[in-house]
Design a protein around this ligand. Structure first.
Ligand SMILES: [Zn+2]
Length: 450
């Protein structure tokens, strides 16, 4: 039996030349075999197995292997759990750094450092949903070509907002070139044409009135954005907060809701419409938790995983009594929003609506990149989803939202992007933080997180 398996692995290696590469990985002799690890596949972990990779791709997953083909380097991973790289389908890059945010942070170096942070947390791909200046398009291209380190950068570029409306330029500290604000349908069409030519993965729109405080995007503009995007085969992802926003989005043909519905329970009509249209759902539960978590749990400041994601100044502020008081005054409404978001997530997940991982991390200083993604998994489990379902959502489900079939899964031909964990995340989802190493394109790119 071992001989047969060894022959199968040799065959997998021999067939390398016919498996198209991405151009990302350096071609090299032989391959690497991670041995004796449990591998997450089809919603569960395998028995201790060998994960064979070369040229940046998975070549084989085999159990009970006693030998390795010639030229293959073996690494013993006994006691470890390998999960596919996660995709965070709603983030922002180059905007918040430490305790501050603003357009001055949208630089190549800052964006690359943030993408490396995501990767260190096992998030090997992100979609930046708006607020990107023209530099976004160049960085997206560099990332595709493998010239930018860290998580692969995808996304929407600037996105389409509303004049004097969402996203509010003042509070969000946005420069004029970070959001397009078309005034009529013709401006929508030309904006989407320009963005498609510059390179984007989705068209982002903001459907938000902030309880009547902001002018809302008109239904005509929403529909024009959907038509224009679909002409370029691009999906539309909408910022929403309330049930009424979601109704407008879904009835207008929006493909992805970029936030959870937080004011009211979803009703049967909306659930049915989303199922029928195949609308995807990114709950971003953590954005509200981020408003009270750091005052609820000051001991986080001593947590090594949290430290890996935050600056010393961020952690010192958690002990500041004035700041804590301000935060706790806003806490209750955010706790309500988390509960409603979790309730709606469970309803939609049970109804079969495809869910993806997203956090809005990086949009404000409190939304901590990498850490927010790990918390989001815990909040989805707390909502009533099984840890296995949550891991599938964060990996293959979120990759599927971006149209990828070779990410978020560990099977022959898929990209060798994964995290090696020292403990079982299905036993406790917080074990997603027990990262021993992260591999991307078949190479180790980050080590122990804590
Ligand atoms: Zn956002």
């Amino acid at each position: 039996m071992p001989l047969t398996r060894r022959a199968a692995l040799s065959a997998a290696l021999a067939s390398l030349s016919v498996v198209p590469g991405t151009g990302l990985a350096q071609p090299r002799e032989g391959g690497v075999a991670l041995r004796n690890a449990r591998i997450f596949a089809d919603g569960r972990f395998t028995e201790p197995s060998t994960l064979l990779i070369s040229d940046g791709r998975v070549r084989a997953v085999a159990a009970g292997l006693s030998g390795l083909p010639e030229g293959v380097r073996g690494i013993d991973m006994a006691g470890h759990y390998i999960v596919p790289g996660m995709t965070s389908a709603h983030v922002h890059v180059g905007h918040a750094v430490g305790l501050e945010s603003g357009p001055q942070f949208y630089t190549r170096d800052t964006v690359e450092a943030q993408l490396q942070r995501y990767a260190a947390f096992g998030v090997t791909q992100v979609a930046a949903l708006g607020m990107g200046p023209p530099l976004f398009h160049a960085l997206r291209e560099e990332s595709r070509a493998g010239r930018l380190r860290g998580a692969t950068l995808r996304g929407a570029g600037p996105g389409l907002g509303v004049t004097d409306g969402a996203p509010p330029a003042g509070p969000m500290r946005l420069a004029d070139n970070q959001v397009l604000r078309p005034r009529d349908e013709a401006e929508v069409r030309s904006a989407v044409d320009r963005l498609a030519a510059a390179g984007i993965d989705q068209v982002k729109i903001w459907i938000e009135d902030a309880n009547g405080q902001l002018p809302m995007m008109s239904p005509e503009i929403v529909r024009a954005a959907v038509q224009a995007a679909h002409r370029h085969n691009l999906p539309v992802v909408a910022h929403v907060h309330d049930l009424s926003h979601a109704r407008l989005a879904v009835s207008s043909g929006v493909d992805i809701l970029g936030h959870g519905i937080r004011d009211e329970p979803v009703d049967e009509a909306l659930v049915a419409a989303m199922r029928q249209a195949g609308t995807r759902y990114i709950p971003t539960i953590q954005i509200d938790e981020a408003e009270y978590l750091y005052t609820d749990r000051p001991e986080l400041a001593d947590d090594a995983v949290f430290q890996a994601a935050t600056t010393p100044a961020f952690r010192s502020r958690m002990a500041d009594s004035g700041w804590r008081e301000t935060q706790s005054r806003k806490g209750e409404q955010h706790r309500d929003a988390v509960r409603m978001n979790q309730r709606n997530l469970l309803t939609l997940h049970r109804a079969g609506v495809p869910v993806a991982l997203g956090t809005d991390s990086g949009a404000t200083p409190l939304r901590v990149q990498g850490f927010a993604e790990h918390r989001e998994l815990a909040l989805m489990v707390e909502a009533g989803l099984s840890p296995a379902d949550v891991l599938r959502i964060a990996t293959e489900g979120s990759a599927a939202l971006l149209g990828d079939t070779d990410r978020g899964v560990l099977r022959p031909g898929a990209r060798a992007d994964f995290a090696v964990l020292a403990a079982d995340p299905l036993e406790n989802i917080a074990n997603i933080g027990r990262i021993a190493a992260v591999w991307q394109d078949g190479r180790e790119v980050a080590g122990r997180l804590s």
